[in-house]
Design a protein around this ligand. Structure first.
Ligand SMILES: Nc1ncnc2c1ncn2[C@@H]1O[C@H](COP(=O)(O)OP(=O)(O)OP(=O)(O)O)[C@@H](O)[C@H]1O
Length: 251
């Protein structure tokens, strides 16, 4: 389970100490086990910053973030142990095969060599990676890279999985496969949180949606709940209503 409360984060862009970019102004939402939650927002809304805080890669200026009750700042190792993170454009070790990438990461996460091999074989089967399991990652397609990176995020069997724009660059079939995998993880009781700016993706996949805009959570509900609360029939119109912008001008 993920819990965030009043997260605040600002950045000084590199080399510009006097400029302050307010990435998160007030981010509070939670994501439950056995559900897929979507963090939906436009470019620059604060999605990646929120996920990076949860993954322990960025420290918030203020506020709370917990994974399964473990504070990501005060108990980072305990929080990280329960979390799998698929970052935006995840890189792989190009000289290692898919299997070796998984095993190596498993051992970094504290698994024994035997456990890591066993778990890697299991994930290769579950994520349908047999065709490229023993090929070097160099030259992999985006879909193959995403699958290996997802396997790597799951190698230590975390209860919670967060994915930053996971379908970016995937074709229709790869996107459908990924959706099936995420639904399966949800049905097994995992807490799955994805960030996206694609309405269709969120409405097809997510049980709950947290709409984020300009560093604030504008609304959290089921897709149906968001449509009802905004009085709209379509998630894109509901999204615009929720973030309080003017409707599109008709030509
Ligand atoms: N390391 C950083 N240094 C400076 N500014 C940053 C940094 N990280 C994020 N920001 C700024 O914080 C704001 C939120 O960025 P973030 O990457 O969290 O948005 P996002 O919702 O993930 O956007 P996108 O969909 O475009 O990836 C943006 O204005 C961004 O430029």
């Amino acid at each position: 389970m993920i819990y965030t409360q009043a997260l605040v984060k600002s950045f000084h862009p590199r080399g510009r100490k006097k400029t302050l970019v307010q990435a998160l102004v007030n981010v509070s939402f939670d994501a439950q086990d056995g559900e897929i939650t979507g963090l939906l927002g436009p470019n620059g809304a604060g999605k990646s910053t929120t996920l990076r805080i949860l993954a322990g890669l960025v420290k918030p200026d203020r506020g709370l973030a917990r994974v399964d009750g473990h504070d990501v700042v005060k108990a980072p190792l305990a929080a990280r142990r329960r979390l799998g993170f698929l970052p935006h454009n995840a890189g792989l070790y190009p000289r290692l095969t898919s299997r070796e990438n998984l095993v190596y990461y498993g051992q970094l996460c504290g698994l024994s060599a035997e456990e890591a091999h066993h778990r890697a074989s299991d994930l290769i089967e579950r994520l349908d990676m047999e065709g490229f399991a023993d090929r070097r990652a160099e030259g992999f397609s985006q879909g193959q890279r995403t699958r290996v990176a997802l396997g790597r995020a799951l190698i230590h069997n975390p209860s919670t999985l967060i994915l930053d724009e996971p379908t970016n660059g995937l074709d229709v079939m790869a996107t459908r496969n990924l959706r099936t995998i995420l639904r399966r993880l949800r049905d097994e009781g995992h807490c799955v949180l994805i960030s996206s700016h694609i309405m269709q993706e969120v409405s097809r996949l997510c049980d709950r949606v947290a709409i984020i805009s300009e560093g604030r959570i504008a609304m959290t509900d089921t897709v149906t709940g968001i449509l009802e609360r905004t009085g709209q029939n379509d998630l894109e119109d509901a999204f615009v209503a929720a973030i309080g912008e003017q409707p599109e001008v008709q030509p």
